[in-house]
Design a protein around this ligand. Structure first.
Ligand SMILES: Cc1ncc(COP(=O)(O)O)c(C=O)c1O
Length: 312
């Protein structure tokens, strides 16, 4: 049972810690009207034995926010919050919430100007952060997915490597279609019919022992979990290739998996009702999953982790 309750939690808005119920924005703000907001979601994992909450790759989440702000022509986020200030704020928020379970932290920078039209440059933006229990967005045992009839918005329509709130209408349509048709989630193809990613996760397949993932110019979000898995695979001497992936390779794959801060590493058991491999998580998936688990709980080297609670 999660102890952290979003409704009674502490959030952060307009440079202040506030009760979640008071963390509100106006219906006339550009953040709401046009989805003019950027975000990231990072995980913090509770290790009961260490009595420690470990944030996974905080610096990389900060860097991606900074880049999303640059791509979207928001005011320079780095000038407003250095990494140190950002980190201190995240630690204080988690400490104030006494978070001692697996949680996700959603950090947004939104345009807080009222009825300003669709323009961006020069408008006021604000930081908003909240914490919620991790939960399961996909079955941990594995997901049954379809290929979406919706196409992943191309980078020159919606910047793929910026995490923009408004872009998620595309993902929501895919997820909705998948759920309505009895699947757990969807795989998006890009405008040329190549495999892009999941709705909120990157995608890997395994063929002949090689781990394959769509390269970063296939209209994907450059996932932080994706780059962690690529690194992990190299450390484990699993051959890795980043390249264009065809739809038919999905059906020919021996293994497939989603990776992401909220999806963690979820095996894909079937695609369009065709079993992936023998319909069970395969050996490469299992190996990566075990090592990834150890990494995020601080059971191996802790280079990618930030401890929330000071230890004496
Ligand atoms: C579209 C999309 N792709 C991939 C990911 C995975 O990114 P990350 O591993 O940084 O959470 C996400 C999750 O945020 C996403 O929304």
């Amino acid at each position: 049972m999660p102890n952290l309750n979003l409704a009674t939690s502490t959030a952060f808005l307009r440079d202040q810690f506030v009760p979640f119920g008071e963390a509100n924005i106006s219906v006339a703000s550009s953040g709401f009207l046009y989805g003019l907001a950027i975000y990231t979601v990072f995980m913090a994992n509770w290790n009961e034995e260490h009595e420690q909450l470990y944030i996974f790759r905080l610096q990389e989440h900060y860097d991606r926010l900074v880049n999303s702000a640059r791509i979207m022509d928001f005011a320079d986020f780095k000038a407003r919050y250095t990494y140190q200030q950002f980190k201190d704020t995240m630690l204080e928020l988690l400490q104030r919430n006494n978070a001692k379970e697996n949680v996700l932290v959603r950090v947004m920078i939104f345009v807080d100007e009222l009825a300003a039209g669709t323009k961006i440059r020069g408008l006021k933006n604000e930081l908003a952060v909240f914490v919620y229990p991790m939960g399961e967005i996909l079955p941990t045992s594995g997901a049954h997915v379809c290929v979406s009839s919706w196409v992943r918005a191309a980078d020159n329509m919606m910047p793929a490597r910026a995490k923009v709130n408004g872009t998620y209408v595309n993902a929501s349509l895919m997820k909705n279609e998948a759920l309505v048709n009895g699947y757990d989630d969807a795989i998006a193809l890009d405008q040329f019919g190549h495999v892009a990613e999941g709705t909120v996760a990157n995608l890997f397949i395994v063929r002949g022992g090689t781990l394959i993932t769509p390269d970063a110019s296939t209209d994907i979000l450059e996932g932080i979990t994706r780059s962690s898995i690529l690194q992990l695979a190299q450390d484990l001497s699993i051959p890795v290739v980043e390249r264009s992936v065809d739809r038919s390779e999905l059906y020919a794959a021996d293994e497939a998996m989603f990776t992401g801060s909220s999806a963690r590493l979820t095996p894909i058991l079937s695609i369009d009702r065709k079993p992936v491999g023998d319909g069970k998580p395969g050996p490469v998936t299992q190996r990566l999953s075990e090592h990834f688990h150890e990494l995020r709980y601080g059971l191996r080297e802790k280079n990618w982790l930030t401890s929330v609670y000071p230890k004496d």
